[in-house]
Each structure stands twice: as C-alpha cells, then as structure tokens.
Ligand binder design. Structure first.
Ligand code: ATP
Ligand code: MG
Length: 349
C-alpha cells in the first residue's frame, strides 16, 4: 500500500478553493516522479494495483460478512479519461455478486419528472455491497451547468443562478451526509486528464478501426466546452469535498497511475473502518457443534458400511456412539434453530 502522506496530495481539502491547475494530470512528469524514472513508476504502479486487487477482494468479503456498511464509488471525468478501464481493472478481483455498476446517461422523461437525486437513490448499494456510479448526480451540476437547456425549469441567470447551483451542492452534501450516517462509505474520484491526452486518445479511436466504436461525435462537441467543464468541476469539487465524502483528483494521463491510486484509496478507506467478521455467540457455537457432530456422524456412517451395505465393526462404531452422545448433550443445551438465522445482523454505525 502507498503511504497515507502520499495519497493526501490527491485529496481535495474540504473548504478549499480548487484550481485544477494545481493538480497534476501526469504524475510521472512531476519532480519527485522524474527522479524515479518512468519505467520504475510503471513497475511500481502495476505492483501496487496487483497487491491492492487482492486486498480489495478481502475488503469486499469483510464488507459482505460484517453486513453493517456499503461502499459507494463515484467516478466523474471528461470523455476518454479512463473511467471504464479503471472500474474494470480495479474491480477485476472482486466477487461480481458483491458489486454493481451503474452508468448514468441522459435522464429519461420519467426521471426528469422527479427531483434530480431520484434516479440515483434507486441505485444505491445495499448493506454489505459495493456500488459503482459511472457518472452520477454530479452530472446535474456539471453537464447541466454547461448546458442549462437540459433543465426543464426556466434557465436561471445572475444571482438566481448562483443560488440555484448552491442549492444543488447543498442537496448533494446533505444527501451524502445521510448516506454516510447510514453506513455507506462514499469515495469520489475525478479522473483528471489533460486536453492534450484526450486529443491523443480521440485520435487513436479515430485511426484504429477496432476502436471506432468508442468514439462518438458528441464527445467532440463536448471537447469544445473544455474550459467551461473545467470551471464547473472546480466549483463542484470546492463545494462538495467534505470530511464525510471527500473528492480525490486522480492524474489520468497514464492509466497505470490512475488505476493504482484508485485501488489504493479504496483499500485504505475500507481498512480505516476497522470492520470485523461477525463473532458467533455462545448459542451459535452450540448450534455449530450440533451441526459439526451431525456431519461427522454422516461421514462415519458411510465409512462404517462395507461395499455390500453391511455395517463394519470396530472404530467407526465407537465414533458413531461418541457422535450420538455429543449431539444429545449439545441438543439438550440449545434449542435448535436454522443455522442461517444465527449470524448477528448489526445495525449501521
Ligand atoms: P462511454 O463514452 O465510455 O461509453 P460515457 O459515460 O461517456 O461512457 P455516453 O453514453 O457517451 O457514456 O455519455 C453519456 C452522456 O450522458 C454524457 O454526455 C453525460 O454528460 C450525459 N449525462 C449523464 N447524466 C446526465 C444528466 N443528469 N443530464 C444530462 N446529461 C447527462
Ligand atoms: Mg462518452
């Protein structure tokens, strides 16, 4: 795992005024990194990602077993910044049953007829699971701010506009506060790609026929609003990076750096929760003992029969007796109950 001190530089300090120029898009170009050399960084990043994939699988098992919390991962970025690839790589070691990805596109008419958080609320992860939002309610203060014509209501202007967007940031902060209070860890990643690198990736998509499908004309249209988007990101990051749901600005010009950092931040956040596997109660242990003895008896019973179905003599007979008496004494102490009912169901912290 990477040092917390190192990771801190990518975290947006709550209450700070974000200027995206203060954040690197290509970490390998910084002074510290140059000393290491690009090959060394790549090797290290790949190693960190591999280690963290293993840790993530364990974290997910712990989240599922403790069943007191969920994790919501939010990814926002300009097109071609690598959201899809990061999600795919970082979550590749995780049990698919414990995680769900939602990709949010333009809202439907029904969605537009509700409050702006409605469609996201319906997709939140259940306790014990990871939920990934590939784009999220932040679109409602990003693309919608760049293109206010998306709003069904009157386009706000001047002071009214300021109040309108501030209202949305407040709603988001309160919503996330509510989630965190109810046991959801909220981590938000802005994949910070440079305009130059986006151009390179778009050109790659337009020159390699196997990548044509990744390009859409609207990507080019949105690129023309680069400056407006960067400003909206700065406003949103400044207003909504909180102690309970911080933003991380992740350098996205090199995919291996992006993936290693994201994986590391998730693993650390889960580790900091100090979750524990549920401890069985005395009653549980008694029931487990009954089940164990009963299962051993089954095996003893099988062994105790010869091929022609006759009972064999000796060892297996006494093992059977022992099992029977253990079952009896344990059964006398505990009222049998289905084992599935015995694991305690903790309430969210
Ligand atoms: P990819 O291009 O890798 O498939 P993507 O996330 O860019 O992934 P697209 O279908 O290309 O998916 O784009 C989705 C579009 O939907 C984006 O332009 C985004 O800004 C837009 N969108 C998402 N949420 C909203 C919203 N609430 N209001 C308006 N537009 C939205
Ligand atoms: Mg797209």
């Amino acid at each position: 795992m990477l040092k917390s001190r190192f990771i801190k530089r990518f975290r947006v300090e709550p209450g700070s005024n974000v200027n995206l120029r203060d954040f690197d898009t290509d970490w390998a170009e910084t002074k510290d990194a140059k000393q290491l050399g690009k090959d060394e960084i790549k090797d290290r990043a790949i190693k960190v990602l591999e280690e963290n994939k293993q840790h993530l699988a364990e974290s997910q098992e712990l989240i599922a077993a403790s069943n007191t919390h969920s994790v919501l991962l939010i990814f926002q970025a300009m097109d071609a910044a690598g959201k899809d690839g990061t999600i795919r790589h970082v979550m590749s070691g995780v049990n698919p049953q414990g995680c769900q990805v939602f990709s949010f596109k333009k809202p439907s008419a029904e969605e537009r007829d509700h409050n702006f958080l409605w469609r996201y609320m319906k997709s939140l992860p259940e306790r014990g699971r990871f939920g990934i939002f590939n784009r999220s309610y932040y679109e409602d203060v990003l693309v919608v701010k760049v293109h206010p014509e998306f709003l069904d209501t009157q386009i706000p202007s001047g002071e009214k506009a300021k109040k309108f967007w501030k209202g949305r940031y407040d709603d988001i902060n309160n919503f996330e506060r509510h989630l965190v209070r109810n046991g959801t860890i909220v981590l938000k990643f802005f994949l910070h790609v440079s305009k130059r690198e986006q151009r390179r990736r778009f050109l790659e998509r337009l020159t390699d026929p196997s990548k044509y499908w990744k390009f859409s004309v609207s990507d080019m249209e949105e690129r023309r609003y680069w400056k407006e988007y960067q400003e909206c990101f700065e406003d949103a990051l400044s207003a909504t990076s909180t102690e309970w749901a911080p933003w991380y600005v992740i350098p996205a010009d090199r995919k291996y750096v992006t993936r290693a950092l994201v994986a590391d931040i998730i693993v650390k956040a889960v580790k900091d929760m100090d979750l524990e596997y549920p401890k069985p109660s005395k009653e549980d242990l008694k029931r487990f003992e009954i089940a164990r003895v009963e299962l051993e008896k089954e095996e003893g019973g099988k062994k105790g029969r010869s091929k022609n179905g006759k009972k064999a003599k000796g060892k297996s007979k006494s093992a059977g007796k022992k099992a029977k008496s253990a079952t009896k004494s344990a059964a006398a102490e505990a009222t049998p109950k289905p084992i599935g009912d015995t694991v305690s169901d903790g309430a969210p912290a």
